[in-house]
Design a binder for this molecule. Structure first.
Ligand SMILES: [Zn+2]
Length: 239
C-alpha cells in the first residue's frame, strides 16, 4: 500500500516537474535535480548544494552536464536562520490539524448522541478549539518570518540565481500563508466552532460549509508545508 502510494507520488511529481521545469538532469557531483531552464544564456549554472559550475551540452537529445569548476563559497544553508526558523511552523501546524480532526470527531459523536457518553471529551472542546487557534496563529505567523528569512538567503547567499527549487518554495510559501490565513480568519470569526460548545455546527449548511473549507485549508496546507520542507531539505543535505 505504501509502495503504491509512493510510486503514485513519484509519478505525479515527475509529471509536474516536466510541466513546470522542462528538462531536468542530475548534478554530476551531488546528484541534486537541476532544471535546464535555470542555465544562463551561455548554458552555465552553479549547483546550489555542491557549488559545481556546470556547462550544459545537448548531445543527441540528452543533457550532458560538464563540470567546469567548483565554487568555493557555497551557499549551502547549514546552521543558518532560515532552516532553523522552518522548525516552528513545521513543528506546530500538524498539531493544529490533529486538534481540528479531534474536534471534528467530537462534533460528529456529539451529533449522534454518543458524545453524551464522552461528556468529558466534549466539555474540553472549547479549550481545545482555543489551543488550535493559538497553534495556527503561532505557526502561520512564524511562517511569515521563515518566508522572509528564506527570501533573504536567496537574495544574498544564492545571489538571486534562478533555481526551480526556489521558485517552487516561493509559490508554495505564498500558498501556505494564504491557506493558513483563511483557516485563522474562519476560526477567529467563530464560523467553524460554536462559541459555547467549541464544536462544529454540523446541523446547519453554513456550519458544514465553513467546516469543510477550514479542514480543506488545513489539509492542503499540510501537504504544501511537507513539500516545502522536503524541497528545502534537498537544498541543505543534497539528494
Ligand atoms: Zn551539485
Amino acid at each position: 500500500m505504501i509502495d503504491i502510494l509512493r510510486k503514485l507520488i513519484e509519478r505525479t511529481s515527475a509529471k509536474l516537474m516536466r510541466r513546470f521545469c522542462g528538462r531536468t538532469f542530475a548534478c554530476p557531483v551531488c546528484h541534486l535535480v537541476l532544471a535546464a531552464i535555470d542555465a544562463n544564456g551561455n548554458g552555465l549554472l552553479v549547483c546550489p548544494v555542491c557549488g559545481a559550475v556546470l556547462e550544459i551540452e545537448d548531445v543527441y537529445g540528452h543533457i550532458v552536464p560538464v563540470v567546469l569548476d567548483m565554487e568555493l563559497h557555497r551557499p549551502q544553508p547549514k546552521a543558518r536562520l532560515h532552516p532553523l526558523a522552518t522548525h516552528l511552523p513545521i513543528g506546530l501546524f500538524p498539531f493544529a490539524l490533529l486538534g481540528a480532526a479531534v474536534l471534528l470527531l467530537a462534533s460528529v459523536l456529539a451529533g449522534t448522541g454518543i458524545g453524551v457518553t464522552l461528556a468529558g471529551a466534549v466539555q474540553g472542546a472549547p479549550v481545545l478549539a482555543d489551543a488550535v487557534l493559538v497553534l495556527l496563529v503561532v505557526s502561520v505567523g512564524s511562517a511569515l518570518a521563515t518566508f522572509a528569512s528564506g527570501l533573504w538567503d536567496w537574495s544574498f547567499r544564492y545571489r538571486r540565481r534562478p533555481y526551480w527549487q526556489i521558485r517552487l518554495k516561493i509559490a508554495f510559501s505564498a500558498a501556505f500563508l494564504a491557506l493558513g490565513g483563511l483557516a485563522i480568519a474562519l476560526h477567529a470569526a467563530g464560523l467553524v466552532f460554536a462559541a459555547g460548545s467549541g464544536l462544529m455546527e454540523l446541523g446547519s449548511p453554513l456550519g458544514v460549509l465553513a467546516g469543510l473549507l477550514y479542514l480543506g485549508a488545513l489539509s492542503v496546507g499540510m501537504v504544501v508545508l511537507a513539500t516545502l520542507g522536503h524541497v528545502g531539505g534537498t537544498l541543505v543535505f543534497g539528494r
